[in-house]
Design a protein around this ligand. Structure first.
Ligand code: HEM
Length: 281
């Protein structure tokens, strides 16, 4: 016995061993862990803001993934109404995430320069939860896995998300089950490959939107997904603007071109046929 602990999250308290009368606010929420996880490297005043905003965003992303996983289980089982409830919560979380840029925008370029060099090459680019959300929503880019090659647990987790059907794939399977003619290349494909928009999917959505009363749940699901896609763009746009306020057109710590890289992401849209069919209707 060396006494060395394996890296990884601390063990959850044993549910059997918890006695309700002994639960405290701090203990139940593990505030000892959360509130002791801020370590400003240089002690620059705004370093605390930078750390807290990232950590809070990661917590909200954790909740999004929790809701996405449950929504996925419901859609796989064909129980659409509970899935809609989870998607509604995801939208609210996205609004929280987008609001957080208002707090960040109180940091000026000089405030940031006081500690930027301490960040080294680290960047939000490496956020594995963000990448998992993109994968779960259907933006599959296997090349991102390479970033995590030295971290088998994270690599495995993202690989599983890459290879699983996305929430959009699940909804398309429901569309096919409801009698819309979708080809195998849409509903039985290699899920790890990027989704390629298909005219048959656009036709199916057009049919749903023309007669919503015939398949109300699919119609509601489609509008919910569109809300999520829309809010994702709001977050990306607000991130790019907040970043430009702080670093102008300098390259990012992660090695990208910075704001131009972030703006390029605005060209990507989740659930493409839900957008394109609006022109075709
Ligand atoms: C002063 C604050 C911030 C600056 C200057 C900044 C800057 C950047 C830059 C330049 C990139 C592009 C990659 C690179 O070269 O580094 C990036 C990516 C990213 N950042 Fe931020 N960021 C800030 C705050 C945040 C916060 C609070 C979050 C919340 C988690 C975040 C999440 C991300 C994510 C997820 C990406 C990857 C985006 C993608 O690949 O499409 N960033 N950031």
């Amino acid at each position: 016995m060396t006494g060395a602990r394996e890296a990884g999250p601390p063990a959850a308290p044993d549910a059997q061993a918890i006695v309700a009368s002994e639960v405290t606010y701090s203990g139940g929420l593990r505030l000892d862990l959360i509130l002791n996880a801020q370590f400003p490297h240089l002690g620059a005043h705004d370093e605390m803001l930078f750390i807290v905003i990232h950590q809070a965003s990661e917590l909200w992303m954790k909740l999004m993934l929790h809701e996405l996983a449950a929504a996925d289980r419901h859609l796989a089982a064909g129980t659409v109404r509970p899935a809609l409830k989870m998607l509604a919560r995801i939208k609210r979380v996205q609004e929280q995430l987008t609001q957080s840029w208002n707090v960040l925008s109180t940091m000026t370029p000089v405030d940031f320069l006081a500690f930027r060099h301490a960040l080294g090459a680290s960047s939000g680019f490496e956020s594995f939860q963000y990448r998992e959300i993109e994968f779960r929503l259907g933006y599959k880019r296997g090349d991102f896995l390479d970033i995590y090659r030295r971290d088998p647990a994270t690599h495995g987790r993202l690989k599983a998300a890459l290879e699983a059907p996305s929430i959009y794939d699940r909804v398309l399977m429901l569309l096919a089950k409801a009698g819309h003619a979708l080809p195998a290349e849409v509903v039985k494909r290699d899920w790890s490959k990027p989704y390629v928009p298909h005219p048959a999917v656009e036709e199916a959505w057009k049919a749903v939107y023309r007669r919503p009363e015939a398949s109300w749940e699919l119609y509601e699901l489609a509008e919910s997904l569109l809300d999520i896609s829309d809010r994702f763009q709001h977050w990306r746009h607000a991130h790019a603007t907040a970043v430009e306020r702080v670093i102008g057109m300098k390259p990012g710590t992660g090695g990208s071109a910075g704001v131009p890289y972030l703006r390029r992401a605005l060209d990507h849209r989740f659930f493409p046929e839900l957008w394109s069919m609006r022109t075709a209707l």
